[in-house]
Design a protein around this ligand. Structure first.
Ligand SMILES: Cc1ncc(COP(=O)(O)O)c(C=O)c1O
Length: 386
């Protein structure tokens, strides 16, 4: 296998023994021509797979026309991307603030919630992951005790169990600015928090005037077979964040907010240099158009059902999650299964749960690719993995 040479990079990431140099559709290729089926999508980013002609054309065209300008000037493409995203998003979120990553979207959502309510506490769920910047990491489960890296938290944080609606209700009070939730916890291993908890969250926020922030950085943009988890679980967020698949590989994020909150903001309340740049906006607009034109939400629903039907075999004992954010619970450690699958030219990912293998495939995945996975899992039966 090709091992990349890392002489000059900070070695903070464990890396897999596969070095892609190109991609086409749902496949990646290394320099020696080895072809790998990508069921992980670069941490849920490659929504349209690799080399989608419409995304490539949009980026090339926008690069040639105008490759950057900041928020100091109006841009037609920024307005078009915002219009497309607001139309794609749940009703009531009428404004988009574009940023560069999921953490930055959450950072701004938390900043807004604290400012708008004038309160000092944020409630989050155990096992959540919201990003590595100061505020996003403050509401990330376990971060403060391990990699957080800042001397103190920027606000009070209370974590509650992810399956206890009563504890959740009890944690939200008149000091609570916001409750932040991933509808399906991604890094935790594709754990669906479920409709009942989300409904309780909405009610508790309404009762005490707290804002409900849905972190759809990983679940959004069609990954669950609906545009957003908010629709799938029928819960109305006050603020919604998204990133990852949003630009189909072009780095970007967004915070969506209702008119009423947007109107209360003074100029300068939020800011960014690169957020909402023309290339990001061309990518966002195109990703949304392709999801619609190629009927990808229906494809996610059908192919996810097929995975659930066909892939409960070999080392897999159960399947959790929703749509294309799936956790395959494995009898051996998930990392062993991931390595065995990669040896068979299938790329998957692990999660914070050592026995959950994560699938985050491109939304363009087809039945034939699911069959490849099912066969490879079956083959794992006889291997060291068992
Ligand atoms: C739910 C969720 N929120 C936020 C983030 C942080 O996003 P980013 O890495 O783009 O900052 C992630 C990244 O994995 C995530 O899964």
């Amino acid at each position: 296998m090709t091992q990349p040479k890392l002489a000059h990079l900070d070695e903070v990431y464990p890396m897999l023994p596969f070095a892609p140099v190109s991609g086409a559709g749902v496949y990646l290729f290394d320099g020696a021509g080895r072809r790998v089926l990508d069921l992980y999508g670069g941490h849920a980013v490659a929504a349209l797979g690799y080399g989608h002609p419409r995304l490539t054309a949009a980026l090339v065209e926008q690069t040639q026309r105008l490759c950057f300008q900041s928020n100091a000037v109006p841009l037609a493409i920024r307005e078009e991307a915002a219009r497309a995203l607001v139309a794609f998003a749940p009703a009531g979120l009428d404004r988009a603030f574009f940023v560069n990553s999921g953490a930055e979207a959450n950072e701004n959502a938390l900043r807004l919630a604290l400012r708008v309510t004038g309160r000092r506490k944020v409630v989050a769920l155990e096992h959540s992951f919201h990003g590595r910047t100061a505020a996003a990491a403050a509401v990330t489960w376990g971060a403060a005790g391990s990699w957080y890296g800042f001397p103190r938290l920027p606000f009070d944080v209370e974590f509650v169990p992810r399956d206890d609606a009563a504890r959740l209700r009890g944690a939200i009070d008149r000091d609570t600015a916001a409750l932040i939730i991933e509808p399906v916890q991604g890094v935790a291993g594709a754990f669906e928090v479920g409709r009942a908890l989300l409904t309780a969250a909405r009610e508790a926020c309404d009762t005490h005037g707290a804002l409900l922030i849905l972190d759809e950085v990983q679940t959004g943009m069609g990954r669950l077979g609906a545009a957003f988890g908010a629709e799938l679980y029928e819960v109305r967020p006050d603020l919604l964040t998204t990133a990852k698949a949003l630009g189909g590989g072009f780095p970007c994020g967004a915070l969506l907010l209702p008119d009423a909150i947007a109107r209360a903001l003074k100029p300068g309340a939020l800011g960014t240099t690169f957020g909402g740049g023309p290339l990001a906006c061309a990518a966002i607009k195109t990703v949304i158009e392709v999801i619609r034109d190629e009927n990808l939400l229906a494809n996610v629903r059908a192919s996810a059902a097929l995975i659930r039907r066909e892939c409960l075999r070999g080392p897999v004992v159960s399947i959790q999650g929703a749509g294309f954010l799936l956790g395959l619970r494995t009898r051996p450690r998930a990392a062993l299964v991931r390595d065995a699958l990669l040896a068979k030219n299938i790329l998957t990912g692990t999660s914070a749960d050592p026995h959950v293998l994560r699938l985050l495939p491109p939304l363009v995945l087809e039945a034939q690719h699911v069959e490849c996975l099912a066969e490879a899992l079956e083959d794992c039966v006889d291997e060291a993995v068992q």
